[in-house]
Ligand binder design. Structure first.
Ligand code: DHB
Length: 310
């Protein structure tokens, strides 16, 4: 029984895509929903208007599944496209509608439209896109984070969560948790990519992606330890009503298990989904089930958050 619940929604499988991967077009979203091993889908973070994103190359895979770097620049089909998709889709699985406005007002405008629509899923407010030139990540600005959540929850009544960037300082864990705990959030999703890393090609001494002089968000194996620390630190600090989606560095069933051990209710797969395609979910779920069976558990709840310290 490897299921989870958030805000009254039941997830028959613990995994889904991470926003940005396999979720820009209806065809991609359909392929995640069609997998027998996903519990949900999250849409590519939407802006009000369609965006082509940054110039290519804008995504690169390091050798040996070490990780990825991307500076996509928020390419998306525009808010109305995803609204059309989620309101027409007959899906048994919950859908997360991700939004990433380029200003507070743009986010609030999209939230108003979602509130007034027939959309009946969950909304993920992305406060952590690192790849739009000149636009800081909201969630690194604690006052701005408090302000947008205050304004959003004044009118928004559907299940709402936030996508966070990684934090690296214990005081920052305390500070962000104190803010998030003031609001009736359904979930927090941690982590987005580690922003503004740099990868260099050995042969040519050049950066591997074009936007931002080669700076981009790091994902995959390289970020697993940071992801687990953020899931754990937030689970220890957030109100128990706020569920956690663990994202970052998942390439094996053991990685999924570790996220749950740190407190994750759902687990998202980004880089490895880009590398392996939707077949990744079948492999990861099988590997996770093997671990759970060997350890003698029969549900995720038996070990969720039960990380041992010494
Ligand atoms: C993009 C990257 C992100 O990490 C994110 O949260 C939103 C958008 C991008 O570059 O498209």
């Amino acid at each position: 029984n490897l299921t989870a619940t958030i805000a009254g929604f039941n997830f028959e499988h613990v995994m889904l895509n991470a926003a940005g991967v396999m979720c820009q077009t209806a065809e991609e979203l359909d392929s995640v929903l069609a997998s027998a091993h996903t519990g949900a889908v999250v849409t590519k973070s939407a802006t009000t208007n369609l965006r082509p994103g940054n110039p290519a190359p804008r995504y690169y895979e390091l050798p040996n599944t070490l990780g990825t770097i991307n500076s996509m620049g928020l390419p998306n089909e525009g808010f109305d496209y995803y609204m059309d998709y989620v309101t027409k889709k007959q899906s048994q699985k919950p859908i997360f509608f991700s939004i990433a406005g380029l200003s507070k007002q743009e986010n609030l405008d999209m939230l108003h439209q979602l509130q007034d629509s027939e959309f009946s899923g969950l909304v993920e407010l992305n406060l952590s896109c690192p790849n739009v030139p000149g636009k800081p990540q909201t969630a690194y600005d604690f006052e701005a984070t408090q302000a947008i959540l205050t304004e959003a929850f004044a009118f928004f009544k559907k299940p709402l969560g936030v996508k966070l960037p990684p934090y690296f300082d214990i005081v920052h864990f305390d500070d962000i948790a104190n803010i998030l705990n003031q609001f009736p959030l359904a979930f927090v999703n941690t982590i987005n990519s580690i922003g503004n890393g740099l990868v260099i090609d050995d042969d040519t001494d050049t950066v591997v992606i074009k936007p931002k002089g080669g700076f981009g968000g790091i994902g995959g194996t390289l970020v697993k330890a940071t992801a687990l620390a953020n899931v754990r630190a937030l689970r220890l600090r957030l109100n128990p009503e706020i569920k956690i989606i663990g994202t970052g560095g998942v390439t094996s069933g053991r990685d999924v298990y570790d996220h749950i051990l740190c407190g994750a209710d759902l687990v998202e797969v980004g880089s490895q989904l880009a590398i392996e395609g939707v077949a990744v979910f079948e492999r990861l779920e099988r590997e996770l089930a093997d671990i759970i069976t060997k350890k003698g558990y029969s549900s995720l709840a038996e070990f969720r958050g039960q990380l041992k310290v010494i």
